[in-house]
Design a protein around this ligand. Structure first.
Ligand code: XUL
Ligand code: CO
Length: 441
């Protein structure tokens, strides 16, 4: 492959320099080669770059156009611009030391005038991606299809009232699955941005949910047919762009998957900002997925407590991420998933190096959280506290409750004849909050 010019001149591979470094373009906590349990940190974290934000985001918002202008975006031929952009992206993946990337079909190749033309464009960029992956060693964490941008999807894709649109979306996902397989994608994500409704006045909710399930069954069947072995993931989000999205949160996602017999084929891709938009903490969503054995991957970002929409910021909150990492590590990690930085630069962050600062902060905060969480789990104070709190279920009548060997009559007798009034036992919340803070300082 021909050697392209440096798209990020003056910025080399980001080095790990340790917590005391004054260099803003160095890692302070993320040392990808550091071994934990005999495995490098890069393999524990499996960081991934989101192509749509890092290389298609221009800083536009509903009040004004883009502010971020990249030098590689100039040129008249859309395919050749797309190829150069992809070369810039892979240079960035290497310099920031991300082992993975993620994309929507339409992020990497321009949509054509017909499905056939779009597929042809995609094929050209997929061939390019294959070469770049081979040359750099960067791998595909997951692929997905953009089923929300084009006007044809304004009333949904799989949940569109028009079967013609359903068919078009099916064809698009068929191709996206083939492409994800071709690039060795380890997962495939469904985020149902417009799979919801604006008003019940024009909506048959039951039929739309049935159609969504049919669509997912078809995807699972097709993956089997072509031998795609990646993990299917649902990425819940309560709203935006629709007023009410069907995959509202992990709990409603589990109910949906179980209702339609899809629960064995899917896990969850949990996004921090989607969790908070649903009125949950990030940790809550992780724990709900883990409890169902369906924790799959993470879209790493943060919202803003003062704003009610998906701001997709880089997360630098060590406390929030430490608690999330405790839950993730306790659940045994993410398997084929990883941490995909589904986060974008703020509109005034127009410099090339802003992209580095943003990801350095994200990687470092996660790496710090990983280390602190390991310490918390290894010291076991928190784990012991929780285990002790439930110890009354470990033996005697508590054990009988858990194993289904007692009933209301027996328990009533026990209370009347032996147990009497339960003693109040402190939940010790403030003590525990202070305990967590001690690990962070
Ligand atoms: C939107 C979002 C998507 C998905 C992939 O809020 O998170 O970018 O991650 O479609
Ligand atoms: Co996301």
């Amino acid at each position: 492959m021909k050697k392209s010019p440096a798209h990020f001149p003056g910025i080399g591979t980001i080095a790990y320099e340790g917590p005391t470094t004054e260099n803003p373009l160095a890692f302070r906590h993320y040392n990808p080669d550091e071994l934990f349990d005999g495995k490098p940190l890069s393999e524990h974290m499996r960081f991934s770059i989101a192509y749509w934000h890092a290389f298609r985001g221009v800083g536009s918002d509903p009040f004004g156009p883009g502010t971020i202008v990249r030098p590689w975006e100039s040129g008249k031929n859309a395919i050749s611009v797309a190829k150069t952009r992809m070369e810039a992206a892979f240079e960035f993946f290497q310099k920031i030391r991300a082992p993975f990337w993620c994309f929507h079909d339409r992020d990497i190749a321009p949509e054509g005038a017909s499905l056939a033309e779009s597929n042809k464009n995609l094929d050209q960029l997929v061939a390019h991606a294959r070469e770049l992956q081979k040359a750099t060693g960067v791998k595909l964490l997951w692929g997905t299809a953009n089923l929300f941008g084009n006007p044809r999807y304004m009333c949904g894709a799989a949940t569109n009232p028009d079967a013609h649109v359903f068919a078009y979306a099916a064809a698009q996902v068929k191709k996206a699955l083939e492409v994800t397989k071709e690039l060795g994608g380890e997962n495939y994500v469904f985020w149902g941005g417009r799979e919801g409704y604006e008003t019940l006045l024009n909506t048959n909710l039951k039929r739309e949910q049935d159609h969504l399930a049919r669509f997912m069954h078809m995807a699972v069947d097709y993956a089997k047919l072509i031998g795609f072995k990646g993990q299917f993931l649902i990425e819940p989000k309560p709203k935006e762009p629709t007023k009410h999205q069907y995959d509202f949160d992990v709990a409603s996602g589990i109910a949906f998957l179980r209702t339609y017999g899809l629960d064995r084929a899917f896990k969850f891709n949990i996004e921090t900002n989607h969790a908070t938009l649903a009125g949950h903490t990030f940790s809550h969503e992780i724990e709900v997925a883990a409890a169902a054995g369906m924790l799959g991957s993470i879209d790493a970002n943060a919202g803003d407590t003062l704003l009610g929409w998906d701001t997709d910021q880089f997360n630098t909150d060590a406390r929030e991420l430490t608690l999330a990492m405790v839950s993730i590590l306790r659940a045994g990690g993410l398997g084929s998933g990883g941490f995909n930085f589904d986060a974008k630069l703020r509109r005034p962050s127009v410099d090339l190096d802003d992209l580095f600062h943003a990801h350095i902060g994200g990687f470092d905060t996660y790496a710090l959280a990983f280390k602190v969480a390991r310490k918390i789990l290894a010291e076991g104070k928190l784990e012991k506290f929780v285990a002790d709190r439930y110890a009354s279920y470990d033996s005697g009548f508590g054990r009988e409750i858990e194993t289904g060997r007692t009933n209301f009559r027996q328990l009533e007798k026990l209370v009347l004849t032996k147990l009497g009034e339960p003693k109040l036992r402190s939940g010790k919340q403030e003590y525990l909050e202070n305990l967590v803070n001690r690990y962070l300082t």
